[in-house]
Design a protein around this ligand. Structure first.
Ligand SMILES: Nc1nc2c(ncn2[C@@H]2O[C@H](COP(=O)(O)OP(=O)(O)OP(=O)(O)O)[C@@H](O)[C@H]2O)c(=O)[nH]1
Ligand SMILES: [Mg+2]
Length: 673
């Protein structure tokens, strides 16, 4: 008799009625277009008995003794939020909530259902007792974090009755996964999500959001701009948050502070609006759209995005991403926040080949741990959040706002290695690469890419390595510095630099996929530019190469042998099909081998020294085509000459008939009569 039915009745009928039914019938509220949901309020009596029964049948025997046989149990499943009502003037009703109801709800729903406490009959409550009540409420909310709000109300005077039901609705629509009540800070997942949104709008990739970029974010996210006076906002954020601004632009911490401000104003709904707009669900999990654009090779936009990331996160500008730098880049991913090529992520299990990383001297590529630095992007303003949360009416349990300090070591990556990792991933799976780029905040665009001057041109070369010889793996290990497994297809990468005809440099990413000898690659199964065909002194290893279904006359190839003993058959064959003779890997430097392979595969650029023959009969075909072209030209010239002579002759004839003055042409162009 605390006023449950009265609160519902007053809310619906807008008047307090002293006589209400024991249980109100289900009330379905009209759909609210703003909320995008339909709400049903279910009144109850003895719902605790139903909960105890359900717990007992679930096998929780500690409560079996309390089991009741009531048959009028309300529906306790399919509940999204719970409003618990107590009678403010009657202390025993508060104790019952604290000692009976909340433990029961916690046990049954495991803290997953939000609870609003309606402190009813405020009209009868002695206001002198309010401070004491506040203390009781704070300790109750500390013990039961799933209690979202306690609202003093009165059904009789219609005080804050609407608030009770509105907050019950909001508790469902705007879950508190945003905020860690115990830490008094935005949750890690929320910070990661905001970090990603930040990168999506950092169009110039300078690691800061300018006014134009913030404006664009606002326009695309909210129906009306949330932050109208950016100047004022900057001042306020800079006052409260360290490093919020840089060059008068928002840093990632400053951007997070904007959302803190929204929470401060109790506008959780706007924060959720932004997060949902960018594909986050109630648990802040990012939904990857199934129709992300997939390009055949890394697109120029993707390359530009990755270059900007590199420049932004190479914190000491030494041209190398350290382990900590890498951690920062991937810190916005859900756990484990590791690079996609890290084994722990197991991303390529379903793919034709898997990623094999270069081995670092300390073999630390596997030792990704957690970072030794605090992420400047993710640092939550200490105390700031605490303040805002308490202002927002949410309960506050702790004020520690920083992330834990942790150790992190990993091999470092130069720019070309960093890009090589992405090219390799894209070779293995364009779909996974596209999803991973999306997770990092990249969106494919149709706008043309503006390439800055002095950018070193690069090209990727996908190379399938075939061979029925153990030396295949040894050569690859020498080239890529990675241990390949001879029993399953694996992909790794390296790079080398070539000179272009115009003197400029061309960087070539060589992506090697090692194909075990018992794996058959049918034509078209994998997309590659060059076949590297490895053999040794065993004639069987040469024979094996002759029977590969994926290698046809249209396949560019480079023959590599590990043997010093030349196989005459191989030499003759290469001569016959007009490709470079086999490369003797053991006799050459690593760099020379890479240059040779690159010069066999590069297309679209003139090189100095020039490209090598890798496509059977290409040179021959080219010569024939040139000859055909010359013939065609000659034929054309002769044809045009004949037409001109006939035309002139005809013209003169016509003029003659007309008594033309053009007779001087006659002796030069003899005309048969
Ligand atoms: N003064 C005052 N009386 C109230 C208020 N709300 C409800 N009441 C009275 O409290 C009594 C119980 O109200 P109900 O709405 O029937 O309570 P209930 O929790 O539904 O009770 P049960 O269904 O029997 O569990 C009624 O006499 C109401 O008139 C209020 O805000 N102020
Ligand atoms: Mg009732």
């Amino acid at each position: 008799m605390v006023g449950k039915s009265s609160l519902i009745s007053t809310f619906v009928s807008r008047v307090f009625s002293p006589e209400v039914p024991g249980i109100m019938t289900r009330v379905q509220l009209p759909p609210d277009p703003g909320m995008l949901c339909t709400t049903t309020i279910i009144d109850s009596q003895e719902a605790d008995v139903a909960l105890m029964e359900a717990l007992a049948t679930r096998g929780d025997h500690s409560l079996t003794s309390l089991k009741s046989t009531t048959s009028s149990a309300p529906s306790i499943d399919h509940v999204d939020s719970i409003v618990l009502v107590y009678d403010l003037p009657r202390a025993e009703t508060f104790r019952r909530i604290e000692q009976h109801w909340l433990p029961l709800i916690q046990q049954y729903y495991q803290g997953k259902i939000p609870v609003i406490i309606a402190e009813n009959k405020m009209d009868l409550f002695d206001s002198n007792l309010l401070p004491q009540k506040r203390q009781e409420i704070i300790s109750l909310m500390q013990n039961f974090p799933f209690v979202r709000q306690c609202i003093k109300c009165s059904a009789q005077t219609m005080t804050r009755v609407d608030d009770v039901w509105l907050k019950a609705q909001e508790a469902v629509l705007y879950p508190l996964t945003l905020y860690d009540l115990e830490k008094g800070a935005l949750t890690g997942d929320c910070q990661k999500a905001l970090g990603r949104i930040f990168r999506m709008y950092d169009r110039d990739g300078d690691g800061l959001l300018s006014d134009v970029e913030i404006d664009r974010f606002q326009r695309e996210t909210f129906p009306v701009p949330m932050f109208s006076d950016l100047g004022m906002l900057k001042k306020s954020v800079a006052r409260h948050v360290e490093h919020a601004l840089d060059q008068n632009k928002f840093t990632p911490s400053g951007f997070v502070a904007l959302f803190d401000e929204l929470i401060n104003q109790n506008r959780l709904n706007m924060v959720w609006k932004a997060l949902r707009h960018f594909g986050y669900d109630d648990n802040l999990q990012l939904d990857i759209p199934p129709d992300l654009p997939i390009t055949k090779r890394l697109s120029p936009h993707a390359k530009r995005f990755l270059t900007a990331l590199f420049q932004q996160f190479d914190t000491n500008h030494d041209g190398v991403l350290s382990g900590d730098d890498l951690w920062l880049i991937f810190s916005i991913l859900p756990n484990p926040s590791l690079p996609p090529w890290h084994r722990q992520r197991d991303l390529f299990l379903e793919c034709f080949s898997s990623f094999v990383m270069r081995d670092s001297p300390s073999n630390s590529s596997e030792s990704y741990a957690t970072p030794s630095v605090k992420d400047p992007q993710l640092i939550v303003p200490e105390g700031e959040m605490a303040q805002s949360l308490s202002n927002s009416g949410l309960s506050l349990l702790s004020t520690s706002g920083s992330l834990p300090s942790l150790d992190f070591t990993q091999q470092s990556l130069s720019y070309w290695e960093w890009m090589g990792c992405w090219h390799t991933m894209h070779t293995i799976s364009p779909e996974i690469t596209s999803a991973e780029l999306y997770r990092l905040g990249f969106l494919e665009s149709k706008r043309p890419v503006k390439i800055k001057d002095k950018v070193v041109k690069s090209q990727q070369l996908r190379i399938m390595v075939f061979g029925d010889t153990k030396s295949k793996v040894t050569i690859l290990q020498r080239l890529c510095g990675a241990y390949f497994d001879a029993n399953r297809p694996e992909t790794s990468h390296t790079y080398c630099s070539l000179k272009r005809f115009n003197g400029e440099e061309l960087m070539v990413h060589l992506i090697f996929t090692c194909i075990p000898s018992d794996v058959s690659v049918t034509p078209g199964l994998v997309d590659f530019d060059l076949a590297m065909l490895v053999f040794d002194e065993e004639p069987s290893s040469w024979l094996y190469l002759q029977k590969l279904p994926a290698v046809t006359n249209e396949t560019r190839r480079v023959y590599v042998t590990s043997s010093e003993k030349e196989l005459r058959e191989a030499q003759e064959y290469c001569q016959k099909i007009d490709v470079e003779p086999p490369l003797q890997a053991d006799a050459l430097d690593r760099e020379d081998i890479l240059q040779h392979i690159a010069r066999c595969g590069v297309s679209g650029y003139d090189l100095q020294p020039k490209k090598l023959r890798s496509l059977p009969f290409e040179e021959q075909k080219r010569r024939e085509a040139a000859r055909r072209r010359t013939m065609l030209w000659l034929g054309g010239i002769v044809g045009v000459g004949v037409v001109v002579v006939v035309g002139v002759r005809f013209f003169i004839k016509q003029k003659d008939r007309a008594g033309s003055l053009w007779l001087w042409l006659r002796p030069r162009v003899p005309i048969a009569s």
